[in-house]
Ligand binder design. Structure first.
Ligand SMILES: C[S@@+](CC[C@H](N)C(=O)[O-])C[C@H]1O[C@@H](n2cnc3c(N)ncnc32)[C@H](O)[C@@H]1O
Length: 235
């Protein structure tokens, strides 16, 4: 009689795993066109439809639309203020890159030109991962929002890194809670993750939202943070 060890040695690791999955009735991958080392879209799915993380970005800002009011500031453009805001008194922008013609052209980590407490709401869609001096930037974000105002941020997790700029921080919800406790110790901050293994795989391949269903995207598995959302109510 040949033992398990002898069979493994005879088959080698590849066929041992194959035999194990077959004899134990385990699911085997049907790769189709997914057995590849390059994504289906190199543009996060923008060329096919809506990138997967944007599904969760939209849900987050829609859920907080009542707070996007009054004097609002956004990084880079006014896109999210226009889409989700109401009762807007000021729609300003801040960016380090002058090509966006921001209201405040500066590094958020050194935003002394922006008066303290001058905004009701600060929108940071998919931005935190690019802030080299993260802690100083987040402390400044809080400084320019009035007490009782709100900072709304979304951060990509399991999505491809951005190639043409430095993309520093892709943390879990637990990681962002540690950051929030460090930089905003006296605020009411809620950090949540969104996504599941299918959404994460789709995001990595550049498959679009329109190619999955809402029921699939809405399944929450905290082990697969496609997007992390942060709502910080200042005091
Ligand atoms: C991905 S974009 C912002 C989100 C974009 N509107 C979106 O919806 O995906 C990131 C922006 O942050 C800006 N940025 C990066 N580092 C910065 C810093 N330290 N201070 C201010 N802006 C910064 C970049 O110039 C860029 O315009």
């Amino acid at each position: 009689m040949i033992g398990g060890t002898a069979i493994k040695a005879l088959l080698g690791p590849k066929w041992t795993t194959w035999a194990r999955t077959v004899t134990r009735g385990m699911e085997r991958p049907a790769w189709g066109n997914l057995r590849r080392v390059t994504p289906i879209s190199a543009r996060y799915g923008f060329d096919r439809g809506t990138p997967i993380d944007r599904y969760y970005v939209d849900k987050f800002f829609t859920a907080h639309r009542d707070a996007i009011t009054g004097r609002v500031i956004e990084i880079q453009t006014r896109d999210h203020i226009r889409r989700y805001g109401s009762g807007i008194v000021a729609a300003d922008t801040l960016d380090i890159d002058p090509s966006f013609q921001p209201t405040h052209c500066c590094d958020l980590a050194h935003a002394d030109r922006v008066p303290s407490g001058s905004y009701d709401c600060f929108l940071l869609p998919n931005t935190l991962c690019f802030l080299r001096n993260l802690d100083a930037s987040l402390r400044e974000a809080r400084r320019i929002v009035r007490p009782g105002g709100i900072i709304l941020a979304t951060v990509p997790g399991f999505v491809p890194l951005t190639a043409d700029v430095e993309d520093y921080w892709h943390a879990s919800a637990a990681g962002w809670r540690v950051v929030a406790a460090r930089v905003w110790p006296d605020c009411d901050t809620t950090v949540e993750s969104h996504g599941n293994c299918l959404a994460a795989a789709a995001a990595m391949y550049g498959i679009a939202v329109e190619e999955l269903t809402a029921a699939e995207l809405d399944v929450h598995d905290p082990r697969y943070p496609v997007l992390v959302t942060i709502a910080c109510r200042t005091r």
